[in-house]
Design a protein. Structure first.
Length: 51
């Protein structure tokens, strides 16, 4: 399964650093629950928000 962010990252030319979870990438993530509420935000691999 491809992440929903891969194609947009490719379109704007940043897929080498963003758009998927892989070693060497920026590690910026948003974790959502089933109701689409933000549960956690991770920036540069560090948790910056947790509900």
């Amino acid at each position: 399964m491809l992440p929903l962010t891969e194609n947009p990252a490719r379109l704007i030319g940043v897929f080498e650093k963003k758009g998927s979870i892989e070693p060497g990438k920026d590690a910026d993530l948003v974790v959502l629950d089933r109701a689409w509420n933000v549960r956690r935000t991770i920036v540069a691999g560090e948790s910056v928000y947790e509900a």
